[in-house]
Design a protein around this ligand. Structure first.
Ligand SMILES: [Zn+2]
Ligand SMILES: [Zn+2]
Length: 352
């Protein structure tokens, strides 16, 4: 998608959010962010379907975390081009699975990449070997140690490396926490609960305003204990629409809902951009499923129809909320009033 179209979509999504409290126009039209004293910071959670890819830009320096599947390579290259990224300071392959490493050879072939990081554990796959070959031209792959730090513009990046063996490549995922001013972002690859435990035991600082939910929202990640340590305000789940794994799993969505975390999903929101001025974080997305939920706050159920309850959490949602439960856990109500009469509370994300 070209930049103009993406910008227009952000505009239209935001214009229709009547309760929108932030000035998204400031991050348009060039995606270069709010500039305060010349400094800016933004995270792009690029929609690569059932895969992961995040671009972080701070003060003109870029970091790419994962690159989606092999088939996403061109999309990632053109997204970088749309964002006027011509050089990548840091590339992180969180782990060797195709849905993370597959799209990285494209940027490695077309852009200057100064540092390439990946776990020691490799995969005997064509796409991993391709990544390794292409990384050679960028000085080869560096394996960060737990706690290693680098600077991206005026942001600090710290790598967390789990120590639970490589039987499951997901558990080799290198996490990274990026702080910009008083705001923080955590990226988790596909780390499972064992890797989360390992990082917590190492004494790592995990608190973050925005959590990139591990393993596409699988229930085997994002344990309650880990979520308590991160204590996020926002969560971003990168997953494909109607994927065969059933990601994100209900258990994960429920854990996030229980802690009142606002959820963004690439399968529903498309590309998602979080921008920080060092104090506040604002989100914009290509598509906005929350757009049509505003009428619910006016309680005009006769016009806007049903809402959907979650039997487990006892919260009710607008039909287009990002955090709808699985079909089997749904209860349908004809109005928010009916849901509340049944003891359900409105979802903190969509307002019910
Ligand atoms: Zn994986
Ligand atoms: Zn994955």
């Amino acid at each position: 998608m070209n930049k103009k179209l993406f910008s227009l979509l952000i505009c239209s999504a935001v214009i229709s959010l009547s309760s929108c409290t932030f000035d998204i126009g400031s991050m348009l039209p060039d995606g270069s962010g709010v500039i305060k004293g010349g400094s800016y910071f933004e995270v792009h959670y690029i929609d690569v379907g059932q895969a992961d890819c995040e671009l972080i830009i701070c003060d003109g320096e870029a970091m790419l975390i994962d690159g989606g599947n092999v088939a996403d390579s061109d999309l990632v290259v053109s997204y970088l081009d749309d964002m006027d990224v011509s050089e990548i300071e840091y590339m992180l392959c969180t782990h060797a699975h195709e849905d993370h490493v597959g799209g990285l050879p494209g940027p490695l072939s077309t852009l200057r990449v100064n540092n390439v990081y990946a776990p020691k554990a490799e995969a005997d796959t064509k796409c991993y070997m391709d990544f390794k070959d292409k990384a050679r031209a960028s000085g080869g792959i560096v394996n960060p140690e737990n706690g290693d730090m680098v600077e991206l513009g005026s942001a600090d990046v710290v790598f967390y490396v789990p120590d639970v063996g490589d039987d499951d490549l997901n558990n080799t995922s290198i996490m990274c926490r990026i702080t910009y001013g008083g705001t923080s972002f955590l990226f988790t690859g596909d780390a499972e609960a064992e890797a989360e435990q390992s990082i917590m035991s190492s004494g790592a600082e995990l608190e973050a305003d925005v959590l990139k939910v591990a393993h596409h929202g699988s229930s085997s990640s994002t344990s309650d204990q880990f979520l308590d340590a991160v204590d996020p305000e926002y969560a971003v789940i990168s997953c494909g629409k109607d994927n065969s794994y059933g990601h994100p799993h209900d258990e994960t969505l429920n854990r996030l809902h229980d802690k009142d975390v606002m959820i963004y999903r690439t399968d529903m929101n498309g590309h998602i951009v979080a921008e920080s001025d060092g104090n506040e974080i604002v989100f914009a997305s290509e598509k906005s499923p929350q757009t049509q939920t505003d009428p619910y706050t006016e309680n005009d159920s006769s016009v806007y129809g049903e809402c959907i309850g979650n039997k487990n959490t006892k919260k009710y949602h607008a039909p287009d909320c990002g955090g709808l439960p699985d079909e089997k856990n749904r209860v349908y109500f004809s109005s928010p009033a009916e849901a509340e009469a049944a003891g359900y509370e409105p979802c903190s994300q969509c307002g019910g």
